[in-house]
Design a protein around this ligand. Structure first.
Ligand code: CA
Length: 226
């Protein structure tokens, strides 16, 4: 059974998480403070951590940094709706994904599945298939419904980063850094242009429009069929 550590001080949210996760055959341990959460991560050795950013003792961002000093397993953060800056900071500091309160069981389970799957398949195969999209990272080709799509090298790089993180959100900063280097992390206008072109090319081949989803104020997410 996969072990999930929940660090959350809000009792109703913690209860909801425990019942939803146990019902879906995960083993769960909850802690209500950052300090206890860090300690529990060492003892319990979870396969995944769900971390609330608003904790009573240590700030959730600090807990995240402490966990990331040694821990590689996926960390999903929980945040309030109005805190986009917190989400971006946490994602850039090593969180894998986020859930905005209130969230549904379906969202929760989907995020966990994506997180665990990524972690367990670090060596990705060279061919990626998602519905009608097929990327061959060895041959540098992208096909949609069997038709070759001609992408510029930048468009291709953006798609490659999104595919590498399929199902997970990728922040503007992370994308910019990966593609244009650390000095370009503020230039989100580049991304809007290139992602727009990429979407248009994929759509031109009659592909579903919702493949690359904009997460407003945060980044982009490549939707993946389960
Ligand atoms: Ca809280």
């Amino acid at each position: 059974m996969r072990r999930i550590l929940v660090i959350e001080d809000e009792e109703s949210v913690a209860r909801f998480l425990v019942s939803s996760l146990e019902e879906n055959h995960y083993s769960v341990r909850t802690e209500i403070s950052g300090a206890k959460g860090v300690q529990a991560a060492i003892e319990y050795r979870p396969d995944l951590v769900i971390l609330d950013l608003g904790l009573p003792d240590i700030d959730g961002q600090t807990v995240l940094l402490k966990l990331r000093e040694w821990m590689k397993v996926p960390i999903i953060i929980l945040t309030a709706r109005e805190s986009d800056a917190d989400k971006v900071l946490a994602l850039d500091q090593g969180a894998d994904d986020y859930l905005t309160k209130p969230f549904s069981v379906a969202e929760l389970l989907a995020r966990i599945r994506v997180g665990l799957r990524h972690f367990e398949s670090v060596d990705q195969s060279t061919i990626y298939r998602n519905g009608r999209l097929e990327c061959d990272f060895k041959g540098h080709t992208v096909m949609v419904a069997g038709t070759l799509v001609r992408l510029t090298s930048t468009e291709y790089d953006i798609l490659r980063v999104l595919v590498k993180n399929a199902g997970k959100v990728v922040t503007h900063r992370a994308l910019l850094k990966e593609i244009w280097g650390p000095n370009s992390v503020e230039h989100t206008q580049y991304l809007r242009v290139y992602v727009g072109q990429l979407r248009k090319k994929l759509r031109a081949e009659d592909f579903t429009a919702g493949l690359i989803v904009t997460e407003p104020g945060i980044g982009y997410r490549l939707m993946q069929e389960d």
